[in-house]
Ligand binder design. Structure first.
Ligand code: HEM
Length: 444
């Protein structure tokens, strides 16, 4: 990796790609992000500045760039300054937008809720709700997968994150979440009625009121949900969360878990509809378990599902890119990146680099299996969960939830899409199908 302290003068200045017209890149990112990233990289190489003041960004492209930023050895890349302008208004106090000691402190306590005994309890708690949720799905030639899976993961979230069934409030809370997530990327940051930002702030208030009202009871009970674990987690040195920290972490965690897992399941379902031979392999694997739901110990055996999930995450990473702000000047690949520069690393670019992946546009789960193991060519080649100190804390939970749902889904249903169907993919705030992913769903 070619990053070095600033001992020698650096001659190369960062290429500034203004595009053929001011909207070339914004429109390109909206229409086809991977083609646009490829174009940027081919035209400019691994470091390129785009945009116009005040919204300029330096893209750092490729696995070496991911390594430099995620490892963040000299603490040059601030997550706080990178993320806070995006999410602070609606998700303040989130662990993702913290740096240094504050981040380490919060993450240490949060980690306790993700230890294996808790994961086992979450899975056992979740399994019956997965079955009941899927039993409510009605086969249809035009079944909109995305809203159905979003509702299912929200219902599971209420159980596993809050330990509660929201009953009639479910719709309102679902709306509040969607508004808060959309509000986090609203371009106008003023609470003008009916704007995205205004809805986001209102959504946040609904969530805060909900968590505050539940907190006293949660402090008293030990139940198999994140809320309860956050209330009772005490680190080895006696640290615990304050009430406000619990509320902030709950709101962010539910958002981070819910939309990313929904995105992953949607693209996995799409990929398995386009590649029915892989759908049959996943189903055959599920049948071998010969049980309606997976236990924690079964998860490691679901290897075909895992390969397909990895490949879906390669092709459609729910967080296609991640921002950071430089706190000091830093060198990468011979370029000087000044202090206070907004930079971005892009899994969605690295995941399609022809230098790493054979035929990257093809859904090919075996690329992750021995002997090929293409992802092992570089420790930062496959980065849907990021890396370093901020690496996704919920990675194992996501793996568990996707496998648990897929197992019960393939045993109940078979699905397909027309041969010429291509998923229209919306990237921000979190990747999802623009058309709600219509599939033909049949009961088996
Ligand atoms: C397939 C599903 C998921 C994907 C692709 C994903 C992706 C990511 C990525 C890329 C980051 C790093 C962001 C950065 O470095 O700027 C992250 C952080 C985080 N994720 Fe996930 N995530 C997923 C599921 C979950 C789940 C299920 C949870 C919780 C149960 C969760 C909780 C978090 C939290 C709390 C952070 C912040 C960690 C920190 O900053 O220390 N994620 N996630």
């Amino acid at each position: 990796m070619s990053s070095a302290p600033l001992a020698e003068p650096i001659t190369k200045s960062i290429p500034y790609d203004r595009g053929r017209h001011p909207l070339e890149y914004p429109i390109g990112f909206y229409r086809d992000v991977k083609a646009t990233m490829r174009k940027l990289y081919r035209r400019n190489g691994p470091v390129v500045k785009i945009g116009f003041p005040p919204l300029q960004m330096v893209h750092l492209l490729g696995p070496d760039a991911n390594q430099l930023v995620f490892q963040n050895k000299d603490q040059v890349f601030s997550s706080r300054l990178g993320w806070s302008w995006v999410i602070d208004h609606v998700f303040p106090g989130s662990v993702m937008a913290m740096d240094g000691d504050e981040h380490r402190f919060q993450r240490r306590i949060m980690n306790l809720a993700f230890k294996k005994p808790n994961l086992v309890r979450y899975l056992d708690h979740m399994n019956p709700f997965i079955g009941a949720g899927l039993d409510r799905w009605r086969p249809d030639n035009h079944f909109l997968f995305y809203p159905h899976i979003k509702q299912l993961t929200l219902d599971l979230g209420c159980q596993v994150f809050m330990g509660a069934d929201l009953g009639p409030r479910k719709k309102k809370i679902n709306r509040a979440f969607m508004d808060a997530v959309e509000g986090s990327i609203a371009p106008i940051r003023m609470a003008i009625p009916f704007t995205g930002y205004w809805r986001g702030v209102r959504g946040r208030k609904v969530l805060m009121d909900l968590f505050s009202s539940m907190l006293p009871q949660k402090r008293q009970q030990d139940t198999p949900d994140f809320f309860s674990q956050f209330c009772h987690s005490v680190s080895d040195s006696g640290e615990r969360f304050s009430d406000q920290e619990i509320i902030d972490h709950m709101a962010f965690l539910m958002m981070a878990a819910h939309d990313t897992t929904t995105s992953t399941l949607s693209t996995l379902i799409y990929a398995l509809a386009k590649n029915p031979e892989w759908q049959e392999k996943v189903r055959a694997e599920a049948r071998v378990f010969n049980k309606p739901a997976l236990s924690f110990d079964d998860l490691a055996e679901a290897t075909t599902t895992e390969l397909c999930m990895k490949e879906a995450l390669r092709m459609y990473p729910p967080l296609p890119s991640m921002p950071r702000m430089t706190t000091r000047a830093v060198e990468f690949s011979g370029y000087l990146i000044p202090a206070n520069t907004l930079v971005s690393v892009s899994p969605v670019h690295t995941h399609y680099m022809e230098e790493i992946w054979t035929n990257p546009d093809k859904f090919d789960p075996l690329r992750f299996a021995p002997p090929r193991e293409e992802h092992k060519q570089h420790a930062f080649a496959w980065v849907p969960f990021g890396g370093g100190a901020h690496m996704c804390i919920g990675q194992h939970f996501a793996d568990l939830q996707v496998k648990a749902i897929m197992h019960q889904l393939v045993l109940r249903f078979r699905w397909s899409v027309p041969r010429d169907y291509e998923i229209p993919y919306q990237l921000v705030p979190i990747a999802k199908p623009k058309d709600d992913l219509p599939i033909r769903l049949e009961r088996i």
